[in-house]
Write a protein that binds this ligand. Sequence first.
Ligand code: C5P
Length: 234
Amino acid sequence: MSELIVALDVPSRERALELVDRLGGEADFYKVGLELFTREGPSVVTALQDRGKRIFLDLKLMDIPNTVAATVAAASDLGVELLTVHAQGGARMIEAAVAQAGTGTRLLAVTVLTSLSPDEIETVWDRPVGSVRSEVLRLARLARSLGIHGVVASPLEAGELRTALGPEALVVTPGIRPSGTEHHDQNRVATPEAAVEAGASHLVVGRAITRAPDPAEAARRVRAAMRAALEGRG
Ligand code: C5P
């Protein structure tokens, strides 16, 4: 069963709660990212939880193992169910993060930021990178072998990642655009149906829902598309 995560890319707690109230029960999770968390702190998470909402905290952690482990423990204490860490933080960092995730917190690895061009990656890593796709797969496999629960990836890579990581892994895909809607600044997009068909377990949708004239109706449409694709997937 694939689940819908709505990205709360807004600068304040008021704006976040207003959106959540408009959406009612249409989202399975809400994603709180760096901007909202930095502005409002953990209280925005507890305010959402007080409304019965489940939280994906997208902090993309990368630091020394001790610091990341302590932060994962703090997020776990906060009752966050999904949390991101960078796969490039190294094996000891990932192992330390996994060890500190309580039973209710699942960790997702970010492999290669989709904003990076192949040229930028080669500059940062100082080596030729034949295919970004194979680097994504390599890092995802590495993180999975160290106990990570899943990955965040483009829907265009979801199928390969599902095959590589197995049926239990979470494959969380942003870059979702229902057919006929605007792409905004996203290049590598797919419809909800295509993401589910490729094996995504969770779809992250931001503007296609949050900027729709009727967000609840937009979310219902996305969910209907996800359900239809799941039935097709069997
Ligand atoms: O508005 P939109 O649906 O494009 O928002 C997608 C959300 O997913 C945003 O919060 C964005 O930061 C996040 N995201 C993404 N692409 C990635 C990783 C995360 O769009 N590769």
